[in-house]
Write a protein that binds this ligand. Structure first.
Ligand SMILES: *Cc1c(COP(=O)(O)O)cnc(C)c1O
Length: 382
C-alpha cells in the first residue's frame, strides 16, 4: 500500500482548501531509506551503524529520517552543529546518542551538556573546556575524541594525542565514549591514503582510553572489515548516493524530484530563449516553463545541458536556468500546465544530475530548496 503524508512546510501558505501548489515536489521514500540502512548493516558485519543526519539529513528532513532509522535499530546519530543537535533531540527517544561533528564552539559547553548531546572533541582547547564544565557540574561528561589521521580538517593533532597520553589529567571529568577519525579518499578504494589513514588511526587510538572506535563513512563501509571497527558513520549511502566509484550503485534511490509545468508556448524560428538569449531557436519549437530554479538548488550550470523527463520521454534544456524557472524543449510531448516532469528519478538519476552539473550528489541533495512540497511516501520509489 502506498501511504503518503505531507510534511507541513513553514514557507507554504496553507489555505482552507489545503496546501497551495508548490513549483516542485520532492518525494522521499522512507522504506528505501530503511532498506539502505539494513544494507549497510549487512555490509558492516558485526559493527553498529550510526546515521549521519547533518544538514537536515542531507536535505531530506532529519525530523522524519532520524526516527525512521531509529525504528531499524539505529541508536547513534551525527550532526555537524550543536543547533542541529538541539533541533533533533525532541524527534528521538532520550536514549539516542547525538554527536556534534564540528565539536564545541567556545561558550556552547553548557547548552551541549544540558541537552545530553555528545560533542566530538577536536582540539586540546575543546577538551579542557569540556573537562572544566564537568568539574563545575561535579559529574563526568561524555565525549567523542576525534583524531586527525591524515585529512588536516578536524581532530586532535598527533602532538595533542601524545600530550593526552603523557598526562591523563587532561581527561579529568571526561568520559570518552568514542574515538573516531574520518577518511579523505574512501570513495577511491585503491587510493593509498585509505591504508595510511587506517594505520595512523590505529596507532593514535591505541594511545587514548579504551572506547568504541569509528572510522568509516559510507564509502568506508565498503572498504572491508578492517575499516569497520565498532561503529560506522554512513550519510550519503543512506540517502541513495553511490558510495564509491564504479558502474553499480548498491543503494536504493530515496529521493525523487518533479517540477510543475507553469506555461507552455510555441515559438517560431529565431526566438531568443531565456536570459542572455543563450539559445536562439533554430526552428519552430514547443517550450514548457517549469517552476524550479537555482533558488531551489537546481544548478545554473545545467543551463542548456540537462532537461527533464515526462513518462520516459526526454525533454531538452532550453536556455539558462533562472532563479525560479527553467525552460524545456518539449517537442510533441503531451503536457499541460500543472503537469509534473521528472528532474531526479528513474530516468535521470541523482548521480547523473550531479555529474552533468560538475558536482557531487551531496551538493545536489543538500542544496534542494525549502520551497518544495515534500511528500514522505512509503515505497513510492520502489
Ligand atoms: C559527513 C561525515 C560523514 C558521512 O559521510 P558520507 O560520505 O556521507 O557517508 C561521516 N563522518 C564525518 C566525520 C563526516 O563529516
Amino acid at each position: 500500500m502506498l501511504v503518503i503524508s505531507s510534511a507541513s512546510s513553514p514557507v507554504l501558505p496553507i489555505s482552507a482548501a489545503g496546501a497551495v501548489s508548490a513549483g516542485a515536489v520532492l518525494t522521499i521514500d522512507l522504506s528505501a531509506l530503511r532498506a539502505n540502512y539494513r544494507r549497510l548493516c549487512r555490509e558492516a558485519g558485526g559493527a553498529r551503524v550510526a546515521g549521519v543526519v547533518k544538514a537536515d539529513a542531507y536535505g531530506l528532513g532529519a525530523e522524519r529520517v532520524a526516527p525512521a532509522l531509529w525504528s531499524e535499530g539505529c541508536r547513534s546519530f551525527f550532526v555537524a552543529h550543536l543547533s542541529e543537535a538541539l533541533a533533533l533531540r525532541p524527534a528521538l527517544p532520550s536514549e539516542a546518542e547525538i554527536f556534534v561533528l564540528n565539536g564545541l564552539a567556545p561558550g556552547d559547553e553548557r547548552r551541549c551538556a544540558e541537552a545530553h548531546v555528545t560533542p566530538v572533541i577536536n582540539s586540546g582547547t575543546q577538551l579542557s573546556a569540556w573537562g572544566a564544565l564537568a568539574q563545575t557540574l561535579g559529574r563526568p561528561l561524555p565525549a567523542a575524541l576525534q583524531v586527525d589521521s591524515g585529512m588536516a580538517r578536524l581532530g586532535l593533532a598527533p602532538e595533542e594525542v601524545a600530550a593526552i597520553a603523557a598526562d591523563p589529567a587532561h581527561l579529568a571529568g571526561v568520559d570518552v565514549t568514542l574515538v573516531m577519525s574520518h577518511l579523505a579518499c574512501a570513495d577511491e578504494p585503491e587510493h593509498p591514503a585509505n591504508r595510511a589513514q587506517l594505520e595512523a588511526f590505529k596507532a593514535l587510538a591505541a594511545r587514548l582510553p579504551e572506547a568504541r572506535r569509528s572510522l568509516a563513512n559510507s564509502a568506508g563501509v565498503f572498504l572491508g572489515p578492517d575499516f569497520h571497527f565498532d561503529l560506522c558513520r554512513p550519510g550519503i549511502a543512506l540517502y541513495g548516493g553511490q558510495p564509491f566509484e564504479g558502474p553499480e550503485n548498491p543503494m536504493r534511490a530515496v529521493a525523487r524530484l518533479d517540477a510543475r509545468v507553469i506555461q507552455i508556448r510555441e515559438v517560431p524560428a529565431g526566438a531568443g530563449v531565456g536570459y542572455g538569449w543563450s539559445l536562439v531557436t533554430p526552428g519552430a519549437m514547443r517550450l514548457a516553463t517549469i517552476g524550479i530554479g537555482y533558488a531551489d538548488g537546481w544548478p545554473r550550470s545545467l543551463s542548456n545541458r540537462l532537461g527533464a523527463y515526462h513518462g520516459g520521454q526526454p525533454l531538452g534544456a532550453a536556455g539558462r536556468v533562472s532563479m525560479d524557472s527553467v525552460i524545456l524543449d518539449i517537442g510533441s510531448a503531451a503536457l499541460k500546465p500543472g503537469d509534473l516532469v521528472e528532474l531526479i528519478g528513474p530516468h535521470q538519476s541523482l548521480g547523473e544530475v550531479a555529474a552533468t552539473a560538475g558536482t557531487i550528489p551531496y551538493e545536489i541533495l543538500t542544496a534542494l530548496g525549502q520551497r518544495f512540497e515534500r511528500r514522505y511516501a512509503e515505497g513510492a520509489l520502489a
